[in-house]
Design a binder for this molecule. Structure first.
Ligand code: DX5
Ligand code: ZN
Length: 224
C-alpha cells in the first residue's frame, strides 16, 4: 500500500502571538503542510481571536496554504475580506447561518477552496446536498472556541461517514481539536487526509520541538 500522505496543519491559535511571524516561519521550516488559522468572533464561539489583518500580515511569511477556519456568524459579510487577505482554503460552519449553499458559492466565486465545518453534535447529513460544492470537510473533534481541549472519539466514526458521503470526489477530510499522535492513526485509518494540531505542535512555544512533533503525528498517521 502507498504511504499515507496525510497533511499536517498546525493551528497558530497556540502560537506565541508576540512573535507570530517567527512562529509561522518555524512551522513552515518544521515541515507543516498547511497553516491553520482559527478565526473566532465571541458570538458564534465563546472566544475572540484574530481577523483578516492578521491573515494579511502572515501571508508573506510562508508559501504554504493558509487554511482559514471561520468560527463566526454571520459569515457572509467577511468572506471577501479573508479571501483578499490571502486565505487559500476558507471553511465555514454549517451551523453559522441558514444559507450554507450560498456562502460556499461565494467562496468559490472568489477563487478559493471551500470547506464546510461540522460541530460535534451536527450530523454528516447536513452536508449531503452541498457535497459537490466542497473541497474540504472539517470535522470538529472538540467544541470550537479554545485550543488544548480533549479529543471527542466520536469524531472517528464521523470521518468514516464523511468518506462514505464523498465517494470518489476529490474532497479533503480534515479533523480539528485534540489531535495528537495518540489518535492520528485511528483518524487516518478512518479516512482523514488532513489533521489540525494546535497544542500538540505549539505547546511550550519552543521552535526546536516543532519538527519532531509534526513528524510524530505524521508517523502515527501512516497506515500503509
Ligand atoms: C478550536 C480550534 C482548533 C484548535 C486546535 O476551536 O478550531 O483549531 O486551535 O487546538 P488543539 O489541537 O490544541 O485542540
Ligand atoms: Zn480550527
Amino acid at each position: 500500500m502507498a504511504p499515507n500522505l496525510i497533511k499536517i496543519a498546525p493551528s497558530i491559535l497556540s502560537a506565541d502571538f508576540s512573535r507570530l511571524g517567527d512562529e509561522v516561519r518555524a512551522i513552515d521550516q518544521a515541515g507543516c503542510d498547511w497553516v491553520h488559522v482559527d478565526v473566532m468572533d465571541g458570538h458564534f464561539v465563546p472566544n475572540i481571536s484574530i481577523g483578516p489583518l492578521i491573515v494579511e500580515a502572515i501571508r508573506p511569511v510562508t508559501q504554504k496554504p493558509l487554511d482559514v477556519h471561520l468560527m463566526i456568524a454571520p459569515v457572509d459579510p467577511y468572506i471577501e475580506a479573508f479571501a483578499r487577505a490571502g486565505a487559500d482554503i476558507i471553511s465555514i460552519h454549517a451551523e453559522a447561518g441558514p444559507h450554507l449553499d450560498r456562502s460556499l458559492q461565494a467562496i468559490k466565486a472568489l477563487g478559493k477552496k471551500a470547506g464546510a465545518v461540522l460541530n460535534p453534535a451536527t450530523p454528516m447529513s447536513a452536508l449531503q446536498h452541498v457535497i459537490d460544492k466542497l473541497d474540504l470537510i472539517l470535522i470538529m473533534s472538540v467544541n470550537p472556541g479554545f485550543g488544548g481541549q480533549a479529543f471527542i472519539p466520536e469524531a472517528i466514526a464521523k470521518v468514516e461517514q464523511a468518506k462514505a458521503l464523498i465517494g470518489d470526489r476529490p474532497i479533503e477530510i480534515e479533523v480539528d481539536g485534540g489531535v495528537d499522535s495518540t489518535n492520528a492513526g485511528a483518524l487516518a485509518k478512518a479516512g482523514a487526509t488532513a489533521l489540525v494540531a494546535g497544542s500538540a505542535v505549539y505547546k511550550g512555544n519552543d521552535a526546536t520541538t516543532y519538527a519532531p512533533r509534526i513528524k510524530a503525528i505524521r508517523d502515527a498517521a501512516m497506515v500503509g
